[in-house]
Design a protein around this ligand. Structure first.
Ligand code: AMP
Length: 338
């Protein structure tokens, strides 16, 4: 039920707060790439303003932003087909973010599970930006009038909040200006779990490097992490129901299915009955064959950071052709004199 009066447009973002993981790739980037070739305008963003809601070393932030851009391009995002930007070069994101700080309610933000997870018991000492994070995320999306947002499962609640903000703005000002955005959460791996603990999300911030596959890991590291991944002693089932209550087994099968662009049912039809001693090497081989070319290409792109900067500058100029008129109109609706 996406709004028909809006141009079909995709926006999504990833924080440059560390290296990319297999979770980012399967949950988000792979989908970003496929949506480029559908009937959408596509805008993909390194959300550096979001990253600094927790401390970032300035040199590392700049490095991670360029490396994330390299990861996007190496994975198949084409600067000819998509607008590729870092958030801070397009000032309208932060400007609309302020308006949305005045639309969103404290109670809505207080219910966000990502805030609760990141703040823990330390709510008095985290930044105000961490609390307001989802209002800026809504601005990222709505400053393009984006209609579709591909993300992993963990971002679902933020996208519901984005819809609430758009609806409240439209209602309060008596307009039909912002679209009610559709989340796109699809595929076998919308929530890739830690290799060490099937109840935890695979994350770049996990202290254990063995818990994740990094996009920059070499073939040996990938194979070793998969070999050591936590599993149970049973053989793989032939039917999906047999993965219930086996989170680690389910995770490895989901990863296999997503990497090989197969359904989980099809994978189990082939590997059902196998022990992990047989399945893990197959998975490792598949992962290396898909990821190694990406990490090689990333390293090549990182040899020429000036070229990455040029791509981002060009992306920002293209982006502002969309965002500047939408921000101008928003200010007018709100009653700002210009
Ligand atoms: P982040 O790294 O938190 O900025 O996340 C960037 C994108 O990757 C978002 O769309 C997330 O939903 C997605 N993502 C991050 N970790 C995972 C994971 N373990 N499984 C699936 N998607 C993920």
């Amino acid at each position: 039920m996406s709004d028909t009066k809006f141009t079909p447009r995709v926006f999504s973002g990833i924080q440059p707060s560390g290296g990319l993981t297999l979770g980012n790739y399967l949950g988000a980037i792979k989908r970003f790439v496929s949506m480029q070739d559908e009937d959408f305008e596509t805008v993909y963003c390194m959300v550096d303003l979001h990253a600094i809601t927790v401390w970032q070393d300035p040199k590392a932030l700049a490095h991670n932003t360029r490396e994330l851009a390299a990861g996007f391009i190496a994975s198949g995002i084409s600067p000819e087909k998509s607008i590729l930007i870092n958030q801070s070069q397009v000032p309208e994101h932060a400007q609309l973010g302020w308006i949305f700080n005045c639309v969103a309610r404290m109670g809505w933000m207080g219910r966000m599970t990502q805030f609760k997870d990141k703040a823990g018991k330390n709510t008095e000492n985290v930044s105000l930006g961490l609390f307001g994070y989802p209002a800026l995320m809504a601005a990222d999306i709505l400053v393009y009038h984006a209609t579709h947002v591909p993300v992993g499962e963990d971002q679902k609640q933020h996208l519901e909040l984005t819809r609430d903000i758009a609806a409240k703005f439209n209602h309060d000002y008596g307009v039909d200006f912002f679209p009610i955005t559709e989340p796109v959460i699809e595929g076998a791996a919308t929530r890739v779990m830690s290799l060490r603990d099937g109840s935890k999300k695979m994350s770049k911030s996990d202290p254990s490097d063995a818990s994740r596959i990094n996009m920059t890991d070499d073939a040996d590291a990938i194979a070793k992490k998969i070999r050591k991944a936590k599993t149970d002693p049973d053989a793989l089932p032939s039917e999906v129901e047999g993965l219930e209550d086996r989170p680690e087994a389910r995770n490895l099968v989901n990863i296999y299915a997503a990497l090989n662009e197969q359904s989980v049912e099809d994978v189990l039809r082939e590997v059902g009955g196998q022990q992990f001693g047989t399945f893990k090497p197959l998975l490792a081989e598949l992962a290396v064959s898909k990821l190694a070319p990406i990490s090689t290409e990333m390293a090549r792109l990182m040899d020429d950071p000036a070229e990455i900067d040029r791509i981002l500058a060009r992306g920002a100029a293209q982006a502002r052709e969309i965002t500047a008129p939408i921000l101008r109109k928003t200010y007018e609706i709100v009653g700002m004199v210009s």
